[in-house]
Design a protein around this ligand. Structure first.
Ligand SMILES: C[S@@+](CC[C@H](N)C(=O)[O-])C[C@H]1O[C@@H](n2cnc3c(N)ncnc32)[C@H](O)[C@@H]1O
Length: 232
C-alpha cells in the first residue's frame, strides 16, 4: 500500500491523525502474525465486521467438512484448491486424507483468518496457504506452475458475488478441473441456489448437512455449460 503523504502537513497532530485513519481502515495484523482466540470467535468477529463477505457466523462443522470431500479418491488426487477456507475446518479434513505428495492450495482473503490457517497448518508440508483473492485463483495457480487440479472446493459466498466475479470463478474452475473432477460448493441455505448452479453446470447434486450451524449442505457440480445458459 502507498504510504499516506504527510510532508505537506508539518503539524504533528496531522501525522497522528493519518496514523489513526490507517489503523481504522486496516484493523488486521498482517497474515502470519498469530491471531488470538478460538476459531468460532475469529469467524464471529469477521462476520460481525464484514457480514456478506464472510456469510457464515461459525466455521463449518466436521459433518459439513466431511460431506464436501465425500467421494474424493485420495489415491488419485494430486491437487485440490480450496477457495475461502476461513479457519480451515475443510482443510483439516483434507490434510488427514491427502497423500503426502498431493498438494492442497488454500486461498483466503481475510488476513486474520489467513494467519490462523498458516498457524494451524504450518506442519502440513502439502498445504500452501495463500493470502489472496479467489477471483484471481487462475493466476495464483499459474504462478505456481499448476495447470490442472482434481477438484475445486469453495466456501465462498458465491451467490452474493457480483455476476462477473462469480462467472470468472466458475469459468476458471471449469477450465482448471481435470476431466473427472468436480466443483464443490458449500452453503448454509439448503437448496436455495440450486437453480443458479444448474445455470452453470449440467449435473448438480445437493447433499444436505443438518448438523451444522446453521444447517446447510454441499453442491457437487460437473459438466460446465457456460455462464449464460438460462435455467430450465
Ligand atoms: C462461509 S465462510 C467459509 C469458511 C470455511 N470454508 C468454513 O467452511 O468454515 C467464507 C470464507 O470465504 C472468504 N472469502 C470471501 N471472499 C473471498 C475471496 N474473494 N477470496 C478468498 N476468500 C474469500 C471469507 O473471508 C470467509 O473466510
Amino acid at each position: 500500500m502507498t504510504p499516506p503523504t504527510v510532508t505537506h502537513h508539518p503539524a504533528s497532530d496531522t501525522v497522528r491523525s493519518v496514523q489513526v485513519v490507517e489503523a481504522k481502515t486496516n484493523p488486521h495484523p498482517p497474515a502470519g502474525r498469530t491471531p488470538k482466540g478460538p476459531d468460532w470467535w475469529l469467524m464471529m468477529r469477521a462476520f460481525l465486521t464484514q457480514g456478506k463477505r464472510i456469510a457464515s457466523f461459525a466455521p463449518s462443522s466436521r459433518f459439513m467438512a466431511r460431506k464436501i470431500i465425500d467421494g474424493i479418491d485420495w489415491n488419485k488426487t494430486r491437487t485440490i484448491v480450496e477457495l475461502g477456507a476461513g479457519t480451515g475446518p475443510i482443510t483439516a479434513e483434507m490434510v488427514k486424507r491427502a497423500k503426502p505428495d498431493a498438494k492442497l492450495v488454500v486461498i483466503e482473503l481475510d488476513p486474520v483468518l489467513c494467519g490462523r490457517l498458516r498457524e494451524r497448518f504450518r506442519e502440513a508440508r502439502n498445504v500452501e496457504v495463500i493470502l489472496g483473492d479467489a477471483t484471481k485463483f487462475g493466476e495464483l495457480l499459474a504462478e505456481r506452475g499448476i495447470p490442472k487440479v482434481d477438484h475445486v472446493l469453495s466456501g465462498l459466498p458465491l451467490p452474493s458475488f457480483p455476476g462477473p466475479a462469480r462467472d470468472a470463478i466458475l469459468e476458471t474452475s471449469a477450465r482448471t478441473i481435470a476431466d473427472d473432477g468436480t466443483f464443490r460448493q458449500l452453503t448454509v441455505m439448503p437448496l436455495v441456489y440450486y437453480k443458479m448452479y444448474r445455470r452453470y453446470f449440467e449435473d448438480v447434486r445437493f447433499r444436505f448437512v443438518p448438523i451444522n450451524l446453521p444447517p446447510g449442505g454441499v453442491y457437487v457440480c460437473r459438466g460446465y455449460r457456460g455462464a449464460a445458459v438460462p435455467t430450465k
